[in-house]
Design a protein around this ligand. Structure first.
Ligand code: FE2
Length: 477
């Protein structure tokens, strides 16, 4: 009897997690008391699913933990709430961080654009509650960027985890209410604090909206302190390279006319990063836009940009990749400070990118750095560093922000808003005419590739040294 009541309570609690509102998002802003209730009702769970972006528009995947004895890696999806004519997708079970559970991963393909779907995943109690996923347009579309969600902040204190979860939920709610046309979310990493506990991932997955919006999460240095990222995500086209080890991995995905190259910037394996970019670009040479994603901030608006790691290692490994492949925009985080660069090429400013303006067929790459979710209530105001490459700097890291990328026809509009009230902070529009061909192979690009062989070798030397450092330190920095 007790078990039946517990199951009914559990199901009714989960129901509240999935029923969506207008535009397919169940993204309520919650009061502190409402969040506390949700948090305490779910904090003992370790079964919340992650909705991941797929390899292309019309594809997503689900990844969740289930009891090892009762798990079945299957998801069913229907256009009807009754689940009539549901299509069932099966996937794979893999080992989890503990023996009691397994990780189920299921890819869902063949979805139609602008369609409302209901889906369920298989739990130890049978089919889960029904969640809604509304696809948007597969051509022109809007993406959202939120960085350093970093559940747990700089600590292992669960009180801080809950506080970060509350902020995360309410920024998502604000952003999705004001932008109901968002198709997916990209994060340039540090999704968790220690990278070592299931709790951090469960808190990250608690906001109800997470069930309605596919996410692409890069690996940050905090995630890399442990291995949990490996058990809670299922990113598309994962690239494990020749020299990558452990958690190291890049991935890429395509949505409409946009190709995303997502790097694990904690690995210095230049050869693998370049190989991933080459593979992705060659398979998507027709994509109009190329967006790089990595955690550590290149050309960020704060002193972090002057660390030896950024100035020497990351600059040497990554900027040649972005220059070689004419990447339009690079999304970063790590320094927890919102800012954006001018157009950069070979680590130099080659064109202004003033806020509010439109540029047609510009040369070079814009680097956009995000504020953090985890820094609220830790007010710090950075002095504006008059760096020559910085086009915009927000300067307040305790105020959350989010960025939207609106791809419409031949333009990409980049807008950054406050996470609490959507006040516009910065915008930039890039227009590409048909004449702008980023597949040209100039002598400079050929030279880049030759010189990059030296970086690949030095990256390999660094990698071997880093293995010893990581072993001594017991994890990444
Ligand atoms: Fe970081």
């Amino acid at each position: 009897m007790k078990k039946t009541v517990a199951i009914i309570l559990c199901i009714s609690m989960m129901l509240s997690l999935c029923v969506s509102g207008a535009a397919g998002f169940n993204a309520p802003k919650l009061s502190q008391a409402e969040w506390d209730k949700l948090y305490s009702s779910l904090s003992d769970e370790n079964t919340l699913p992650m909705l991941n972006v797929g390899a292309k528009a019309g594809e997503v995947s689900l990844c969740w933990h289930a009891d090892a004895d009762k798990a079945d890696a299957k998801v069913r999806i229907s256009e009807k709430y009754s689940m009539a004519n549901a299509k069932t997708f099966t996937g794979e079970k893999a080992e989890a961080e503990t023996e009691d559970q397994v990780v189920c991963r299921v890819d869902i393909t063949g979805l139609e654009e602008n369609t409302t779907y209901y889906y369920q995943w298989y739990t130890e109690n049978g089919w889960s509650e029904k969640c809604e996923y509304e696809t948007k347009s597969f051509g022109d579309h809007k993406a959202m960027v939120i960085g350093d969600i970093q559940i747990g902040g700089q600590t292992e204190d669960s009180t801080v985890q809950s506080m970060n979860g509350y902020t995360w939920n309410n920024v998502l709610a604000e952003a999705l209410e004001k932008n109901p046309d968002i198709s997916y979310l990209v994060s340039p990493g540090d999704n968790t604090s220690t990278g070592k506990t299931a709790d951090e991932w469960q808190t990250l997955l608690m906001p109800p909206a997470v069930r309605n919006i596919p996410m692409a999460l890069a690996i940050g240095n905090h995630d890399k302190k442990g291995m949990m990222y490996n058990y809670y995500t299922n990113m598309p086209n994962e690239f494990f390279g020749e020299y990558f080890e452990g958690l190291d991995r890049d991935f890429w995905f395509r949505y409409g006319d946009v190709l995303y190259l997502v790097f694990d910037a904690c690995s210095a394996s230049a050869a693998d990063h370049m190989a991933m970019a080459k593979e992705a670009v060659e398979k998507n040479s027709d994509a109009k836009w190329r967006i790089g994603v990595m955690h550590q901030a290149l050309f960020g608006p704060s002193v972090c940009a002057f660390s030896a790691e950024t100035q020497i290692l990351l600059n040497a490994v990554f900027t040649p990749i972005f220059d070689t492949y004419d990447v339009d925009l690079v999304l970063t985080g790590h320094s927890h400070m919102q800012g954006r660069s001018h157009f950069m090429y070979e680590s130099m400013t080659i064109g202004k990118a003033e806020s509010g303006k439109t540029y047609t067929d510009p040369l070079g790459t814009v680097y956009l750095n995000t504020n953090a979710i985890c820094d609220q209530n830790s007010f710090e105001e950075y002095e504006f560093l008059n760096l020559p490459y910085v086009a915009y700097s927000f300067g307040k890291n305790d105020i959350t922000t989010y960025t939207t990328l609106d791809f419409k026809g031949d333009t990409m509009e980049i807008k950054t808003m406050r996470g609490d009230n959507s006040e516009l902070l910065d915008s930039l529009t890039i227009k590409k005419t048909d004449d702008n061909d980023h597949n040209d192979d100039s002598i400079f690009k050929k030279l880049h590739r030759v010189l990059y062989k030296v970086v690949e070798f030095l990256g390999w030397v660094y990698l071997e040294g880093d293995k010893i450092t990581v072993a001594i330190r017991g994890g990444h920095f």
